[in-house]
Write a protein that binds this ligand. Structure first.
Ligand code: GUN
Length: 290
């Protein structure tokens, strides 16, 4: 019955990141983020633009490397290796999805990133640390942002039933691991789950990241549940200037009355992803200069 204001929570995270950046600069350390984008997917371009802009606002050095869709695997590997060895770069991010055939080797490319610079938390070493509950690694930004939003609402996570819809390496799997580390009872539902509404209806906390516009309706949401909608989908809307509108994986209007609190799209999880990326970049700079 109320919104969870991701912009406001992200602003608080960014305030503390800005202070950390100042403190590091006083010690002669400037955190730096390299953002690699291959091809010209419009949504990816927007995300990368926002990441670079946020770095500038915070005084974090940023380097955007935009490559054509025809870039070879060897070129990409050489670039990553150069960035691993570049002292001005604390964090490296390769925007997903990669285009064409590169998509098939995305995992291999990520494995080439120095785990100490893997601010996305996608490298197997960081995935393992997350599952082990070892906080010296990097946690993927979007899942970490979801947890921060719930904590900002004062939700006591321990013992709660959490249902994660989606099993991607960017959202579903790391989110489930984080919730388990917070002592939730965790269920992962996905496209092959039978009677997904019945499974979701058990949730005290329902978190959805599948990329299907407005998949979750009110009959999948228990009264009083917290709903975290990770989806950012573009759906055609001729009445809008851009020709599309953004909508989540949850049917917000349908669900709003029944739930305790819900993240809107846009303005929910999205701003948190960037804030946590900035936080991870500062963490990387600190670890490399400890
Ligand atoms: N594409 C969608 N979300 C993300 C993210 O968090 N990191 C990267 N690298 N690519 C993405």
């Amino acid at each position: 019955m109320r919104n969870i204001d991701g912009k406001a929570v992200a602003a608080k995270v960014l305030d503390s990141v800005a202070q950390e950046v100042s403190a590091l600069k006083e010690q002669g350390v400037t955190p730096g983020l390299a953002v690699v984008i291959v091809g010209d997917d419009p949504a990816s371009k927007v995300y990368v633009g926002s990441k670079v802009k946020k770095c500038e606002e915070l005084g974090i050095y940023s380097r955007k490397i935009a490559l054509p869709a025809e870039t070879s695997e060897a070129e990409l590997r050489t670039l990553i290796s150069d960035l691993n060895n570049d002292d001005a770069i604390s964090g490296i991010l390769v925007q997903s999805p990669l285009p064409g055939d590169l998509r098939k080797i995305e995992d291999d490319i990520v494995e080439g990133i120095d785990p100490a610079k893997d601010v996305d938390g996608f490298h197997p070493i960081n995935v393992a640390k997350l599952v082990m509950g070892d906080d010296t690694g990097f946690v993927p930004c979007t899942p970490a942002g979801c947890i921060e939003l719930l904590k900002s609402e004062g939700v006591e996570l321990s013992g709660k039933r959490a249902v994660v819809v989606g099993r991607s390496m960017i959202v579903g799997k790391p989110l489930a691991a984080l919730l388990l580390n917070e002592s939730c009872t965790v269920t992962i539902a996905h496209s092959r789950t039978t009677d997904i509404n019945a499974v979701c209806s058990e949730a005290d906390i329902l978190l959805v990241g599948v990329g299907v516009p407005e998949l979750i309706k009110k009959d999948a949401v228990k009264r009083g549940a917290y709903v975290i909608d990770v989806g950012i989908n573009r759906v055609d809307d001729p009445s809008k200037k851009k020709g599309y509108r953004l909508t989540g994986d949850v049917d917000y209007k349908d669900v709003f009355e029944n739930c305790e609190a819900i993240t809107p799209v846009p303005g929910g999880v999205g701003p948190m992803t960037i804030a946590l990326l900035m936080q991870n970049t500062v963490k990387a700079a600190k670890l490399q200069n400890a």
